[in-house]
Design a protein around this ligand. Structure first.
Ligand code: LP5
Ligand code: MN
Length: 250
């Protein structure tokens, strides 16, 4: 069966309140990237589309711009899928419906010839960062999320800002290795999902890693963040292989 062309992106970190220094170009760069996608392809957004998300009831100009841009893609036959990131895990069905995109589970598989492509945001693989994994468990508590979403907006924004501040303080003292994926976790997940290709983001360390799993070649492709330009992974129509691309905003 023919595969459609597939595009994977992550860590765009769209925000309308970021300071200058190039960040202001991200929204424009992202929107024009969407316009370059070919008809009838599939777009997989692997989390952290937004820098933070505190509820679908928050309607900013940025949120509306993204709705419009993603809906324009539907008119060109482009199907959109979304996997939550650690910044926008509260993005809900309401907003996804407005964007005409499907929210997928945190770990997913696509058939690719005799094997599978497993894809996810990537934070689940950072098991050496035990502080973060504990924090993640709390943040993913459904009751706590429901309670949070009932709070008035100013309080939600205050809590999000506090969490962001604490997180960046913690990140300054954590080593790069701790914040990267754990190779055993990678191999375990790929084995469980009978995959020899993995795609993820989160670490902001774009690369293509080749290794072996029980004598078979395996590849892990890591998406980059959009701070400096466009970055995506493409699987051409009917192709078996995936490639990582990056270029500056035009
Ligand atoms: O995103 P990044 O790369 O900077 O860091 C991540 C991990 N940090 C996070 C936290 C997010 O940035 C915060 C997102 C806010 C979302 C909106 C609010 C929704 C609230 C919902 C409530 C139910 O994900 C970071 C990892 C790093 O990736 C690399 O993997 O290390 O993890 C941390 O920094 C976690 C710390 O180690 C532990 C944090 C303790 C925070 C204690 C907060 C107490 C203050 C509470 C105020 C009410
Ligand atoms: Mn992330």
């Amino acid at each position: 069966m023919n595969n459609p062309a597939r595009y994977f992106i992550a860590d765009i970190h769209l925000a309308d309140n970021k300071p200058a220094s190039g960040y202001s170009d991200i929204t424009a760069g992202f929107l024009s990237f969407l316009d370059t996608l070919p008809e009838n392809c599939e777009l997989y957004i692997l989390g952290d589309l937004f820098d933070y998300w505190v509820g679908d009831d928050v309607k900013t100009e940025l949120h509306q711009q993204v709705v419009q841009a993603l809906c324009r893609l539907s008119k060109r036959g482009i199907t959109k899928y979304f996997v939550h990131g650690n910044r926008d895990f509260l993005l809900g069905k309401k907003y996804a419906q407005q964007c005409n995109m499907t929210i997928l589970p945190e770990i997913n598989c696509l058939p690719n010839q005799e094997t599978n492509i497993v894809f996810l945001h990537g934070d689940l693989l950072c098991i050496d960062d035990s502080q973060y994994q504990k924090f993640r468990k709390i943040m993913h508590n459904k009751w706590l999320q429901k309670l949070f979403l009932l709070l008035p907006l100013f309080l939600r924004l205050k809590i999000a800002a506090k969490l962001r501040q604490k997180s960046s303080q913690h990140n300054q003292i954590k080593s790069g290795t701790i914040m990267d994926v754990n190779q055993h976790a990678v191999v375990k997940m790929m084995t469980e999902h009978k995959a020899d290709i993995m795609v993820h983001g989160h670490t902001h360390k774009p690369a293509t890693h080749h290794f072996q799993i029980e004598g078979r070649s395996a590849t892990r492709l890591v998406l980059g963040a959009w701070h400096d330009g466009v970055t995506y992974i493409k699987q051409s129509q009917d192709s078996n292989t995936l490639e990582l691309y990056s270029h500056s905003f035009k």
